[in-house]
Design a protein around this ligand. Structure first.
Ligand code: OGA
Ligand code: MN
Length: 277
């Protein structure tokens, strides 16, 4: 019975799914496919104030695919990562980089397919989450750029990811960052679907074979072009919202907020299947 009713944001990505309640999330047979299709089409979709608890979030997420486990971070459930900048959260240091345009997991063996984020404690001001399409980023290139960039490879490092958030790292930080493997990905990802997207963000360290500063300047310029306000879907959170984004075709970031006050989002992540090539 699942034909989803969507309200598009008007910027080409981002759509609200209306008329779905928790019963349908958990029991509507056709809903998982419809949600995955909407995700492919709109990049980021959301259910306003649906107010799922952890158990429902995980049960719903399992209907969409295999879930990433977060055994190292004290979890509400093994498949839930608390996204919070509270120093008591084991992940807080790492999460500081969320404030910059990024794709999750570019230094992982295979990056995550999608994430489901629910707003549990909101910041009083700021703390919106922004999304920009990396498919559109590719489509908007000139023909000459499409041709030239098709040969580029980019090195992604955990250190780059963290450096912007911590410009003056301690020895311990440097050592920990260096222990993480770097990854090399093509700048242009030709997806199995046939669509092409750009692969870059805060973790991009250099373009292989290019002067480091020149490569960084080019990547920064490409991110800037892809994230002009007319191309960005900005999610202004209401308590209980559930947002799902396609990590394979979007950049995202969180806007500034008062970090001395709590902001807690619970994240469930779908395992990625498709290598970047
Ligand atoms: C993330 C992330 C942004 C936010 O969970 O990967 O970048 O708004 N979150 O909390
Ligand atoms: Mn992220």
């Amino acid at each position: 019975m699942s034909t989803l009713i969507v309200k598009e944001s008007g910027v080409g990505i981002g759509a609200e799914i209306v008329g779905v309640d928790i019963d349908r999330l958990l029991h509507d047979e056709d809903l998982p496919n419809a949600v995955l299709e909407a995700l492919e089409e709109h990049g980021v979709i959301f259910f306003r104030e649906i107010n799922v608890d952890d158990d429902t979030q995980v049960k719903f997420a399992r209907r969409l695919g295999e879930l990433v486990k977060f055994p190292d971070v004290p979890p509400a459930a093994e498949e839930i990562m608390e996204v919070s900048f509270d120093p008591a959260n084991g992940n807080a240091e790492y999460l500081a980089a969320n404030a910059f345009w990024h794709i999750d997991g570019l230094t992982d063996p295979i990056m995550a397919k999608a994430s489901i984020l629910t707003g549990r404690v909101l910041s009083e001001t700021g703390g919106e989450t922004e999304f920009a399409s990396t498919y559109r980023a590719y489509d908007d290139l000139s023909d000459e750029e499409k041709e030239r960039f098709s040969k580029y490879e980019v090195i992604h490092t955990f250190e780059m990811n963290q450096r912007t958030a911590y410009p003056n790292p301690t020895e311990a930080q440097l050592e920990e960052w260096a222990s993480r493997p770097e990854r090399r990905h093509p700048l242009v990802w030709e997806h199995e679907s046939g669509r092409r997207s750009l692969v870059y963000g805060i973790s991009s360290s250099e373009i292989v074979g290019m002067d480091i500063e020149e490569g960084r300047a080019l990547l920064n310029d490409l991110v800037a072009r892809a994230t002009t306000p007319d191309k960005v879907y900005q999610h202004k959170w209401s308590l209980g919202d559930m947002v799902i984004w396609d990590n394979t075709g979007l950049l995202h970031r969180v806007l500034p907020f008062d970090r001395t006050k709590p902001r807690v989002m619970n994240r469930t992540t779908l395992v990625g299947r498709e290598p970047i090539k």
